[in-house]
Design a protein around this ligand. Sequence first.
Ligand code: ACO
Length: 381
Amino acid sequence: MNEVKQEKVVVRGLEDVAAAETRISYVDGVNGQLFYQGYNIHDIAEKASYEEVVFLLWNARFPTKDELSTFRSKLVAGMRIPSQVVEMIKLTPPNSHPMSILRTAVSMLSIYDPDTEDIGISGNLRKAIRLVAQIPTIIADLHRVRKRQPLLSPDPNFGIAANFLYMLRGTPPDELEQKVIDLIMVLHADHGFNASTFTARVIASTLSDMHSALVGGIGALKGPLHGGANQKVMKMLREIDNVDMVQAYIEGMLENKKRIMGFGHRVYRVEDPRARHLRKYSELLSERIGKRHLFEISHRIEKIVKNAKDIYPNVDFYSATVQNALGIPEDYYCTVFAAARSSGWIAHIMEQYGDNRLIRPTSKYIGEMGRPFISIENRTI
Ligand code: ACO
């Protein structure tokens, strides 16, 4: 058989390949820094609200007080979802993964959104507000449907993040909980050309609609090598259950070449800057709910993995114990990530539309060429 002669260089996993230019966020993997529109995450975290960050990602500047107030009201008002989507949620099997339902629900929202096919700037901004507002409602409603509890409407006194927690749990979050859920949303809002953002941009580059791009982003985020890691972290902490068991458990994993969930990163060679903020609240909140051992186990894992492999926690590691302490069920952790990241995906989708070139790479063909066709009656195995 003929072989194909090609000069193509394959970069496995597109590691270090710059697939486009962006102004939205920058991940400095060498120095462990993250910037949203030029602002260092450490200067934003705990100072700017999630709504301020969403405005920043979409408009390249922070809002004024008046702009923020209008933006926040629009977002909270946009949290309602069509009754048909609630009916669909009710029909789903109780053991299906919340990320699968979220993916399906966002796809379904496109059918009822009056602006789905309008990918102009104003149509996109209207959809953007609705989507960022509706995703937390889908997640909260799903949980309450499964618990056979009545669905709740958003409280206009809360922003998106606190409303999410209120509508999920049914109890209003106290001041610390409001601050922490807002922080989680801020820290997860954007992160360069990660797998789910890239997926969303590929879909947008075909000039398909924003909902389709988000559905793709949700699908990519769901995987355990990406946003699905936080749920696996909690499973690991439950399995270990005791600080004295950490050493043996982790050494066993490493000896068997198993990955420790919540550790390592394609871009960061040092600690993920988001982990610093989450570690602090993991300790504070675990202590507060009488589960300090979960933080102690996490901290011990961190030390062992660092010593053994020089690998650091990523955003998913301490987010598990923080979400646990906020009363978010384990299988919903990735949906919280998706709710926050929807704002970043949308910023990237709009940036892609603004200066579009179809993303269509090539591949290096390594198969055979010129194989003779044999008609079915003459074929043997
Ligand atoms: N546990 C143990 N070893 C690890 C881990 C880990 N979590 N991550 C990387 N390594 C090791 C690899 O085994 C490899 O070691 P070796 O050179 O001795 O064979 C080395 O580090 C390099 O690993 P790569 O696979 O080349 O790193 P890559 O950039 O492909 O992986 C990834 C990045 C997928 C995130 C990886 O670190 C991983 O699987 N982590 C666990 C899952 C996770 O936490 N995902 C969330 C990432 S953050 C996010 O998406 C929000």
